[in-house]
Design a protein around this ligand. Structure first.
Ligand SMILES: [Zn+2]
Length: 300
């Protein structure tokens, strides 16, 4: 029986419009729709007067202008970065042409892996380094907002969620999204850490999540449990594929991802590899040769 995740994909939105989505929270969505971003990157504005911006988005002058227009007469004092993928952090440098804010994040791309001595892939925003490095439990205070940092590695090793205190939403970035599962792509992406970061959210009592992509998640725990179950189901599919004689990830993908287009197979293969790494780590699967996407795998 397949796990059903209660996704909501409908979202009525006209680009550049600023919506007040919760008390003290506004959102402007960038026109960068894709198979990975849904209708685009949602940039959040916290507070009134002196405000914080979460994830300015890609280098997109129209989007940055929309953020500037939405905060006319106000001052952006803080820019918070959930993680350094190209649709989240690169717009920071454009936004900084309009304000004098300080930037906050866990660290540069790969920060969580570099600390372990692992080299990460290209593809992240290598130019971003936060002015202020924040870690789990840190509180960022502005004139009109207080934000708690919740470190959630997995999607990337520097991913952080932001909780608007005291009873505001949790901004989940790409860790938990409203319209799709997250891409976990090694080596910077890490399935073991991702699963740990999902468990972490289950220990919390946030009432609503606002992800970067997609609508609000109003039943957070059910949603997170469904994500965990979905990954466990994928693990079982991998075990079944290995049992039936498939030894290469690229050969397993078409049967495991029957409902996705072929253009998404490379991303799917990286996701399968992320689960495979975890199965190897647990000793369920043996990797023959160097642990890599194109390696040969068998059940232990
Ligand atoms: Zn991302």
């Amino acid at each position: 029986m397949a796990v059903t995740i209660p996704f909501k994909r409908e979202l009525d939105y006209e680009y550049a419009r600023c919506d007040e989505v919760a008390p003290n929270v506004r959102r402007v969505i960038c026109k960068n729709p894709s198979a990975f971003t849904f209708i685009g990157t949602g940039t959040y504005i916290l507070g009134k007067g002196d405000v914080a911006v979460i994830d300015p988005g890609p280098v997109d002058a129209d989007h940055i202008q929309a953020i500037v227009d939405a905060t006319a007469g106000e001052t952006i004092t803080h820019i918070l970065i959930t993680h350094t993928h190209m649709d989240h952090s690169p717009g920071t440098k454009l936004l900084l042409e309009h304000c004098d804010a300080k930037t906050y994040g866990y660290g540069p791309h790969g920060a969580g892996k570099i600390a372990e001595g692992v080299q990460v892939e290209e593809g992240g925003d290598m130019d971003f380094t936060p002015d202020v490095v924040v870690g789990h439990g840190d509180v960022i205070e502005g004139e009109s907002f207080r934000v708690e940092c919740v470190y959630t590695p997995g999607h990337t090793s520097n991913h952080i969620c932001f909780k608007l205190l005291d009873d505001g939403p949790l901004f989940t970035g790409d860790h938990v999204m409203g319209w799709s599962t997250s891409i976990i792509s090694p080596p910077d992406g890490d399935m073991k850490k991702y699963m740990g970061s999902l468990e972490l959210l289950l220990e919390r009592d946030d009432e609503v999540y606002w992800p970067t992509h997609g609508p609000a998640i109003t039943d957070p725990k059910a949603h997170v449990r469904a994500f965990i179950a979905h990954r466990q189901e994928r693990e079982q599919q991998i075990i079944d594929a290995l049992k039936s004689g498939f030894e290469r990830i690229t050969d397993m993908v078409p049967s495991m991802y029957k409902d996705v287009g072929k253009h998404l197979y490379p991303a799917a293969a990286r996701s399968v590899f992320a689960s495979m790494e975890l199965l190897v780590d647990r000793g369920v699967v043996t990797c023959h040769g160097e642990l890599a996407l194109d390696a040969r795998f068998t059940l232990s």
